[in-house]
Design a protein around this ligand. Sequence first.
Ligand code: ASP
Ligand code: MG
Length: 425
Amino acid sequence: MALIVQKFGGSSVADAESVKRVAKRIVETRRAGNDVVVAVSAMGDTTDELLDLAAECTPIPAPRELDMLLTAGERISMALLAMTIKGMGLEALSFTGSQAGMITTAEHGAAKIVDVTPGRVREALDQGAIAIVAGFQGFSRDSRDITTLGRGGSDTTAVALAAALGADVCEIYTDVDGIFTTDPRVVPLARKIDAITAEEMLELAASGAKVLHLRAVEYARRHGVVLHVRSSFSDEPGTIVYDPEKGHPKGEQVEEPIITGIAAEKSEAKITVGGVPDVPGKSAQIFEIVAKTHANVDMIVQNVSAAQTNRTDISFTIPLADGRRVIEALEAERDDLQFESLQYDDQIAKIAVVGAGMRTSTGVSAQLFRTLFEAGINIEMISTSEIRISVVTRADLMDKAVKVLHTAFGLDADTEATVYAGTGR
Ligand code: ASP
Ligand code: MG
């Protein structure tokens, strides 16, 4: 008997019909002789709707109350799912995050899991029941309050449960047939990937691929949880996220593809500090100021300094939401930093090309740059890791850039991908 954790996202439980469809799948998994634990997200766009509602009531909702409000979303779907399964004749019990032992830090809206004590979930399984756990939420022992893990956090709930329970697999059900070479909503000829290394998935998730939450991929990798991403709308085999040290899931001797996938996002802004005196310590000063705003810096580029002036430009990207704060913080230190100009640009996109085979092949960046050049797309920044090349372009050229790169790197499929529901978030 295997223990399977299944996670169903909002678009998989958007209405009563979908709840019934998902319940059927859970029941089938149980009837096949497995223990089943389910993590579920709020129905459809519930979380966004609750956020809008809060914003209509008050401009800056208290974080504690906002978490109380948002966690109600997952409570609705977990209860509906449990009663539907019971109606189908199987035992099912729903649990809030706190009942399921998801112990977190106290930071509202961005809590981190510090411990998982799934005693009640175990008991439910021992009694032969299916356990349905509310995703995205937890409980802080310090504040004794209900917390949320950050948007998209239900994936992390599922992975944390799978790790704590020693599950055989964590199945992430979504509204496409698995992980694709790029978002099939943008490139219909995106190809489904059968198996992807955790390392590549991490790079893709960190670069804006929405199919899996970054923290969930990190958690899975750290705890050795096997992830299986598949559609709740079809019986297609999906994608396995695996650890290459433990071998390919199908035991195949596969050569790592040079390019596995392409991710893109528009959620960052670019700041350019112009005319910075090129003396030791300036970068340290600038990024210490940025760090104090808690903005997470992504790419950084520093130019060579102009010979006459001995001044240089430093550009970097940060999340859009932090843009204003960072600009204000730098502006406040203008006299000390002695820069000449400060530019803020929120019309950028970041495109990342990822592949483990990049380690051992040459010419990938040349091909990438040439492809964008031939499509008339200017590159504004470049950064690389061992298995990733990222570039910044104008935001309105993002989809075009992804399309031409997808074709240039031979990733196009013969037929169009099926998108069953949702918006890809
Ligand atoms: N319902 C939450 C959100 O929309 C958590 C999730 O879907 O994973 O962000
Ligand atoms: Mg959601």
